[in-house]
Design a protein around this ligand. Structure first.
Ligand SMILES: Cc1cc2nc3c(=O)[nH]c(=O)nc-3n(C[C@H](O)[C@H](O)[C@H](O)COP(=O)(O)OP(=O)(O)OC[C@H]3O[C@@H](n4cnc5c(N)ncnc54)[C@H](O)[C@@H]3O)c2cc1C
Length: 347
């Protein structure tokens, strides 16, 4: 079994990290083991990735590093899509419109202008009542559960080992004496996993309503000061449309609430009335915990002694799909630089 490189976590961050190890660091897939409590096909409130909408939007923070993670992800997803066999892997382009009740951060808009396909600022006269700014562009949409299944299937087909095992301490991830690097992609689990126990990690709970709506093939988002309303079509999903949502800090419940479902339907159908051109066909209501972190994501290398390293990559909050590829590229670069410096210091 290949355990020279161990990735803890089989959510989108663990899978992006594994892909980056193979693609960019040129690590042989048979030297990598992904260790996880939950993976594609499993459902738990402690496993966030299947519950995401998910798309690329303006939800992420505006600091320069996150802007770079977003840009890297947006511009590199086409290669990943190709490796997974094209759009039917559950990742495809769709049109998107985003509105704000306030003027959004200028650095963010300027950054988006450098790479988003078909980006247009909506003239003020065309903005819906109560909004102050709007853009249109072509975005990436993920059919999250299906995409996770296809990405993990691709990694397995390349020779990556997947091992189901709940860790109580990060030291257990050094599976053999030969394990050189562990990537900690444990999401919300980073708060309780022994040896990590990061108290800066907290949940931002969301609830979504999944409806069948073949007539809606576009995204629409509205950002308020204290709310977010969004509509996300899931590509190659038998016409699932995600209606959301909520951003509830420090709320740990996986329960769902009828009052929140009602509120989501009210807000999303006001934003895009044509949802109601067909009777509302509700398939499911679900809740998920975004793995947020005070101070932002943690992408950091720790020396674990005896030529071993621990590289953290977690805290992606509500933007793991849209920024996580860039985050994972950085995490893998930390390993590449560490190895290069070690070689130099031995010369
Ligand atoms: C309602 C909702 C909507 C969202 N919409 C979007 C969107 O549109 N776009 C977007 O980019 N993002 C979206 N997100 C955010 C996105 O889902 C997260 O950022 C992402 O899933 C985080 O991935 P992760 O791999 O860090 O965590 P997870 O998916 O939770 O994976 C963590 C992994 O670590 C493993 N693990 C943890 N602890 C242990 C342990 N002790 N032992 C072994 N294994 C362990 C788990 O089993 C799991 O495999 C949304 C989230 C929610 C809830």
């Amino acid at each position: 079994m290949g355990a020279k490189y161990v990735v803890v976590g089989s959510g989108i961050i663990g899978l992006y990290t594994t892909y980056c190890l193979i693609k960019f660091a040129k690590i042989s897939a048979d030297q990598i083991t992904v260790v996880y409590e939950f993976s594609s096909g499993d459902q738990s409130i402690n496993y966030t990735s299947p519950w995401a909408g998910g798309n690329f939007s303006c939800i992420s923070p505006n600091d320069p590093e996150t802007l770079r993670f977003d840009k890297f992800t947006y511009t590199n997803l086409a290669k990943l899509q190709e490796d997974l066999g094209g759009p039917t892997c559950g990742l495809d382009y769709r049109p998107s419109t985003e509105y704000w009740d306030f003027i959004p951060n200028e650095a963010k808009i300027n950054s988006l202008k450098t790479y988003l396909k078909d980006m247009q600022v909506i003239p003020r006269s065309e903005l819906p009542h109560g909004t102050a700014y709007g853009i249109k562009f072509t975005t990436w949409d993920f059919n999250c559960p299906f995409f996770l299944s296809n990405l993990s299937g691709y990694l397995k087909s390349r020779g990556v080992t997947f091992q189901q095992k709940k860790l109580t301490h990060i030291s257990q991830a050094y599976l053999t004496a030969n394990t050189k690097a562990v990537f900690n992609c444990s999401g919300i689990g980073a708060r309780t996993l022994g040896g990590v126990e990061d108290i800066k990690v907290y949940p931002t709970r969301g609830q979504v309503v999944v409806v069948r709506a073949p007539h809606i093939q576009e995204n629409m988002m509205r950002w308020g000061e204290d709310y977010a309303t969004y509509i996300i079509p899931r590509p190659y999903s038998n016409n699932e449309l995600i209606l959301g949502g909520f951003l509830q800090k420090d709320n740990w419940t996986g329960n769902t609430f009828a009052s929140e479902t009602e509120d989501i339907i009210k807000r999303t159908t006001a934003l895009l009335p044509k949802i109601l051109d067909r009777p509302l066909d509700i398939l499911k209501v679900a809740a998920g915990l975004r793995p947020s972190r005070h101070g932002g994501v943690r992408i950091e290398l720790e020396d674990a002694g005896e030529d071993k390293v621990l590289i953290h990559n977690y805290g992606a909050s509500g933007y793991g799909y849209q920024a996580g590829f860039g985050m994972s590229f950085k995490a893998v670069q930390l390993l590449v630089s560490y190895n290069q410096n070690r070689v130099k210091s031995k010369l």
